[in-house]
Structures are given as C-alpha cells and as structure tokens.
Ligand binder design. Structure first.
Ligand SMILES: Nc1nc2c(c(=O)[nH]1)N[C@H]1C(S)=C(S)[C@@H](COP(=O)(O)O)O[C@H]1N2
Ligand SMILES: [Mo]
Length: 426
C-alpha cells in the first residue's frame, strides 16, 4: 500500500492529475491518528474567533491540526466539523482546499485509502452489476469540470433566533470550488438502469458508530441522477480531493445542498422504489413552504426532503462593530450565490431595506459559483451604519427581508446585515 501524506496533495500539479497518473499513484491520504489523539489531547487553539451567535456561546478555537487543513474554526472534533473563516471568502470566489469546510455525520472515517484496490460498486436495479477502479473512472469516461458552491443545509444554523439544536455553524459551512470528474449519467449507463428505476442511492466508505445507527446514505431521483450535470468528482481546484472532503471520489450535485454530495463515494445502488432510508425520510426534512419557512412553535405542517439551494449573499470585508472612517465612502464587498441558478443582481441597503443601491458584480464563473460584488457606500459623520446585502437570482427569486426559520435550522435565506460604526478612530 502506498502511503501519502495529506500535506503533499497540493503539490500534485493539475497537468499530472488531468493526465490521470497522479491520483492513482499518489492517491493515499494518511490521517495521522487524529481520531484518537485529538480527543485525548484537544487541538491547541492558536487563536479564537467569535462567530457572533446570538444568545449562545459564540467563541471558537482556530485549529490547523487536521490533515490537509490550515486554520479552521473548530466546531467538533469527532466527527470532524470544521468551519471556514469568513476571511477566506474575502480573498477570492474560490475557496482553497485547505480552508474548505468539513462535515461528517459519523466518526468511522478511513484514515487512509488504497487507490489501487479502491472500487466503486454499482448494483441493484441495473442490467449489469459493475465495479470500477479509480483508473477506469479516470480514463474510461469523458471528463467535465465546473465551479459550484457546496453548502451544508445547516449553514448559519447558529444564527437562528430562536435557537435550534444541531451544529452551531456560522456562515462558513460552505465553499466554492472547481470540480473535475465524470458524469454520473455516463457511469450509470455503463451498468444500465433497468426500466422502473426510481431512485439512485449513494454511500461512502465512512461507517456509522454503532451497529444500529443508520449508515449515511442519500438518494437522487433517477431522472436527476441521469441529468448529465451531477458529477462523480475526483478533483477539487485541480488537485485530488482532500481526505476530509471525500477522497478519492465524491458526488457533486450542483445547486443542491451538500447533504447529497456523498463523500468517499464507493457504492451506488439503483432502486425500483423511493428510498425510505433514515437520511431521506427522517433527517433533512424542511417545511414545504417558500424558503422552508415556518413560525417558531408551530409543528403541524407538511415536510419534504431539502433539495435546491436558495439565493444568499454576505459582506465579507467588514466585521460586526468595526470602526470605519466617517463622512467618506466605504468599500463594501462580498460574495453571493444564486442557489440553483445564477446571480442576477446584488443590492446594498444602509437603511434597513428602505432604499437599495445596485452593487457591481464580479466575473461570472458559472451559474453555480459564488459571484463577487462591490459597492462604495456613503458613511455618515457619526453613528452606526447597518450594511445589508440582497441577492436576486436569475429565476427572479430574491432573499427575503424577514429571516426565515425552521426547527432544523436549514436553508437560511434572509438578508444578512453587518453593522459598522462611523468615526471614533477608524
Ligand atoms: N460519506 C459521507 N458523505 C457526506 C457526509 C457524510 O457524513 N458522509 N455528509 C454530507 C453533508 S451533510 C455535508 S454538509 C457535506 C460536507 O462536505 P465537505 O465536508 O466536503 O465540506 O458532505 C456530505 N457528504
Ligand atoms: Mo450538511
């Protein structure tokens, strides 16, 4: 078995990877025993960030102790939940692999994977059950590449008011990367769907902690799986996937929340019925209402599995409570996503939504990508200045002015405001 330190992943050149050699030869990522050692010896906090979570513990340690990751906000050690600091979003629309957030449901994650013996199995309601090696995936199918936002369904959950249980994420349970892979459709065609295929179910190499706990599995409707856009990705920003982001293969379901983006993908099962497994019918349900919105306290409403993302935008160059020069224009910039389609416009208000100004949009890297926005806004001589941004997507859907809410803490969609203070020594 070839061992390969996760830190050297980034040295794999894009050319080598796309030639197909690198991922096969160097495709072992070692997880240096973090699962055991970090629990006994919690990571040293180099520094602390405050996520600004209302009415709840808000400070988090920054850690660089996870393989392939630089300073990340530590949300949980086992299973690893690592959040991207907002500053990373201010540096460009692509989120670097070593700052890309991490989320797993169970801690039984292989610390190393042998790229030579790894197989992706396709079985169930198919004409031919097949097993594909990484080499076959890399060389046997047309490669495609696009940029897409991977966002956890529970991104920003920690900001929900009233609070809801679950990982108390700030805004950093998302990231934007260029994904390279093969079409799920082409791989499924190799096995051949039998007539009557309804769902396609995906599982990875991670295992549930206890025998009775449900292994993480997600499904897509057969038509969605065959739409030609869903990818089996082997590279992220031009290099092999970091182990914690799903090495060697992960599903990329552009426009959909990341709960469907199954990591360490090793098993694809075609079902002649709707998948009724726990992760499809009990977990990740949202109110069947625009923006998954429901009033706190109400609990009798129809639910549906979470699916398509909604538009969002965030100011990334200003911090809450930051002092800014009075009476001078203030540069505001940030990132927006359209959700399941592109960004049409981003507007900025400094009067709680009474009036809006159009921001300038940055380069269009594709409809599923983050898009940068910029605008200079006037600053008063003194006092506080609330800076609110609002994205409207190309389907005409705008972020709501009133924040949405649901008991799962999913699908945060409402406009976000950062309040700065004019004067007083910028
Ligand atoms: N195999 C596997 N894939 C998984 C999960 C998991 O627990 N196991 N979690 C999902 C969820 S809920 C999220 S938000 C994303 C996180 O992707 P990332 O860690 O690459 O950022 O992975 C998804 N894919
Ligand atoms: Mo998630």
């Amino acid at each position: 078995m070839i061992r390969h330190d996760a830190k050297s992943d980034s040295r794999l050149s894009r050319r080598k990877l796309l030639a197909g050699g690198a991922i096969g030869a160097a495709g072992i990522t070692a997880l240096p025993a973090f699962a055991k050692s970090l629990v006994a010896r919690p990571p040293v906090a180099n520094s602390v960030v405050d996520l600004g979570l209302p009415n709840r513990p808000s400070q988090r340690a920054l850690t660089s102790e996870f393989p392939g990751k630089r300073e990340m906000i530590l949300q949980r050690i086992r299973p690893p939940l690592l959040e991207t600091p907002l500053s990373a979003f201010n540096q460009g629309v692509i989120t670097p692999n070593d700052r890309f957030y991490v989320r797993w449901h169970w801690n039984e994650i292989p610390g190393q994977i042998d790229a030579a013996t790894f197989r992706l199995k396709l079985h169930g309601h198919v004409e031919r059950e097949i097993e594909l090696s990484l080499d076959q995936i890399l060389h046997g199918f047309e490669r495609i590449e696009y940029t897409a936002v991977n966002q956890c369904s529970g991104n920003s959950r920690g900001l929900f008011v009233p609070p809801v249980p679950g990982a108390q994420w700030g805004h950093g349970a998302m990231g934007n990367a260029r994904w390279t892979g093969v079409r799920l459709r082409d791989v499924l065609a190799r096995a051949g769907l039998k007539p009557g295929a309804v769902d396609v179910r995906f599982a990875g190499l991670d295992e549930a902690l206890l025998p009775d706990a449900p292994k993480f599995r997600k499904s897509l409707a057969a038509e969605h799986a065959m739409d030609g856009e869903v990818l089996i990705a082997f590279a992220m920003n031009g290099v092999q996937l970091p182990l914690l982001n799903g090495f060697p293969l992960r599903l990329v379901v552009p426009g959909w929340y990341s709960t469907y983006w199954v990591k360490m993908l090793s098993d694809i099962e075609v079902l002649p019925r709707k998948d009724d497994n726990y992760w499809m019918t009990k977990a990740y349900l949202v109110p069947k209402a625009p923006f998954g919105n429901v009033a706190p306290g109400v609990d009798d409403y129809p639910k549906e599995p979470i699916s398509r993302m909604v538009p969002r935008s965030l100011v990334t160059n200003l911090a809450e409570g930051q002092r800014v020069a009075a009476g001078r224009p203030l540069a505001v910039s940030g990132i927006a996503l359209g959700g399941d389609c592109g960004v049409a416009k981003v507007e900025i208000s400094t009067d709680h939504g009474a009036t809006w100004r159009m921001a300038k949009l940055g380069e269009d890297a594709g409809k599923y990508s983050f898009r940068r926005f910029d605008l200079a806004v006037p600053v008063p001589a003194a006092g506080t200045l609330p800076v609110t941004c609002r994205c409207t997507n190309t389907a005409g859907v705008s972020q709501p002015l009133a924040m949405n809410w649901n008991p799962g803490g999913y699908m945060r969609a409402g406009v976000e405001t950062v309040t700065v203070i004019a004067g007083g020594g910028a």
